[in-house]
Ligand binder design. Structure first.
Ligand code: MD6
Ligand code: FE
Length: 206
């Protein structure tokens, strides 16, 4: 499970029934906190991924304000919905951290979306790991080193897989090269009508 120091990959952490139960929770989160398209700081270029959040804080990005955490949805100005219990249980089981997560970023990928190589470093608390759970189509995930130019490796993340970046791996670069829409479980959901993938990342902010 520890595929490299600080990088834990738990294949099929959620079985099919647990994936469906979590998907119902995420549908409810999105009904209250609609997906929005973040934009890059300064350039204002839109992300290909759409996002929302649950938990006391949510990660947002836009041209004027840049990357940040805030307690309100940028469009509805409502607080984010609470983190669903199955995700809190996953954090307790896998994060090995005494405090609960403060933010859960929900990333929605349509089949053409991707995520550039990045570090997650907008959190004051870098001692806590980031825990990710995937639903829907497989993706080709890329894991680099602690500097952008370091060598990287790619592997698939599938529906139900859990991945944590912690310890010395907390600041490693990573991204999503592409979605593999041809490798997708049968999870009936309006969210997956056109294929697609959801990734949930649980964080301590600080
Ligand atoms: C994704 N994941 O799987 C993007 N970040 O769609 C992340 O950016 C990520 O999987 C921090 C820790 C684990 C992750
Ligand atoms: Fe990340």
């Amino acid at each position: 499970m520890e595929i490299e120091p600080g990088v834990h990959l738990c294949r099929s952490y959620l079985d099919e029934a647990a994936q469906i139960a979590l998907l119902r929770e995420i549908e409810a989160v999105i009904a209250r906190a609609p997906l929005f398209t973040p934009t890059m700081p300064r350039s204002g270029k839109p992300f290909s991924v759409r996002m929302t959040n649950c938990g006391p804080l949510g990660w947002v990005s836009d041209k004027a304000g840049g990357y940040r955490y805030q307690p309100l949805h940028p469009q509805t100005r409502e607080p984010w919905p609470p983190i669903p219990p199955p995700l809190l249980e996953a954090w307790s089981a896998l994060a090995a951290y005494p405090l609960p997560p403060q933010a859960c970023l929900v990333n929605f990928y349509d089949p053409a979306a991707r995520m550039g190589l990045h570090q997650d470093r907008d959190e004051a608390d870098l001692c806590a790991p980031i825990l990710s759970i995937s639903l829907g189509a497989d993706c080709r995930f890329r894991l680099g080193g602690s500097r952008r130019g370091d060598p990287s490796r790619a592997f698939a993340l599938a529906s139900g897989d859990a991945l944590t970046l912690g310890g010395g791996a907390r600041l490693r670069f990573h991204g999503v090269d592409r979605i593999l829409p041809e490798i997708a479980p049968r999870l009936a959901s309006p969210l997956f009508a056109d294929g697609g993938r959801i990734n949930l990342t649980l964080r301590r902010v600080g």
